[in-house]
Write a protein that binds this ligand. Structure first.
Ligand SMILES: [Zn+2]
Ligand SMILES: [Zn+2]
Length: 313
């Protein structure tokens, strides 16, 4: 064997030994302490900020994702979170074709405009099974109307000449209208709906997984039910508006917001009672992120973050 070949063999043996040692160390450490991840797919509002997609949050447990709300942009953001390259997260459960279960807090358009996207785009790219969707009264009718609205598309893709005949079930969405209480349970999660106070029937959801408890508010005035749902939960994801931002809005909106949304002083009070380990702000309106941060931190000493699209907690 030539000296250079000998060196190559020695190097290969060294690398294999190093890889085996690393593998053994990883096995000794066991799986990561946290199996559950919260992925913010959209932290936006009805406002048209291109950096903040419409409200959509994913709770990812092991290899399964559970969505809460499907605002505009939900499918592209889920796809981004599923990819590996660059700053993307490589969370395979968020490949849109793997999305099977979704919960909706209420039927305002900023939370539901992504519904046909969630039904049809994954289907046309390969999802073979129906979606299971849980939410307030009106969800069944909305689902039926969407099926009717897209009738030409569905018929064309599933007729004798269609390219989706092989998985004709993939465009279906089974709507489940819920009331307060446990609305879903499988080996990864128990999901409990609690009533919130918004302009229509609305719910927040608590997720209990093997390692974490996560509460998401949807759009709401502060409520005791939200405090009770959290009670020291690991993560509370809550909407908020600053008084300075509200003051710039028309009177009609200010009256609406006082009844159906949450201000920073109100959220500070609520969080002091709910005591989340981490408070994540989403669906927020403020003059700027700095103004929001300063306003809440002057009122609340707990750990909080201003959520951004594709953040993972
Ligand atoms: Zn709303
Ligand atoms: Zn909203």
């Amino acid at each position: 064997m030539s000296p250079s070949r000998l060196q190559s063999v020695a190097l290969l043996a060294f690398l294999l030994a190093a890889a085996a040692a690393l593998d053994a160390r990883q096995q000794a450490q066991g799986p990561p302490a946290t199996q559950t991840r919260v992925v913010l797919l959209g932290t936006g509002t009805p406002g048209l900020d291109p950096d903040r997609s419409g409200p959509a949050t994913a709770i990812v447990v092991n290899d399964t994702a559970y969505l809460v709300d499907f605002g505009p942009g939900v499918v592209r953001r889920a796809s981004a979170a599923s990819l590996d390259a660059g700053t993307r997260k490589g969370i395979k459960a968020l490949d849109p074709r793997s999305l099977r279960v979704a919960f909706v807090t209420h039927l305002h358009s900023d939370h539901t405009v992504g519904y046909p996207d969630l039904i049809f785009s994954p289907w046309t790219t390969g999802r073979r099974v129906p979606l299971e969707v849980y939410g307030p009264k009106g969800l069944t009718a909305m689902t039926q109307h969407l099926m009717e609205a897209f009738r030409v598309d569905i018929e064309t893709r599933t007729n004798a000449d269609g390219n989706q005949r092989e998985f004709a079930e993939g465009h279906r969405a089974n709507a489940h209208e819920v009331s307060a209480g446990v609305v879903y349970k499988d080996t990864n999660v128990t999901v409990t709906a609690f009533p919130t106070k918004h302009a229509m029937e609305s719910y927040g959801y608590r997720f209990d997984t093997p390692d974490r408890s996560i509460v998401i508010s949807g759009d709401t005035n502060p409520t005791q039910a939200t405090v009770d749902a959290c009670r020291g939960c690991d993560v509370l994801i809550h909407e908020v508006q600053t008084p300075a931002w509200r003051a710039t809005r028309p009177d009609t909106f200010q009256r609406f917001a006082a009844k159906y949304h949450t201000s920073t002083p109100e959220l500070a009070d609520l969080a002091r009672q709910a005591k989340p380990r981490l408070l994540v702000l989403y669906h927020y309106n403020s003059s700027s992120p700095e103004e929001l941060f300063a306003d809440l931190s002057s009122r609340y000493s707990g750990h909080f973050v201003i959520g951004r699209d594709l953040d993972v907690y």
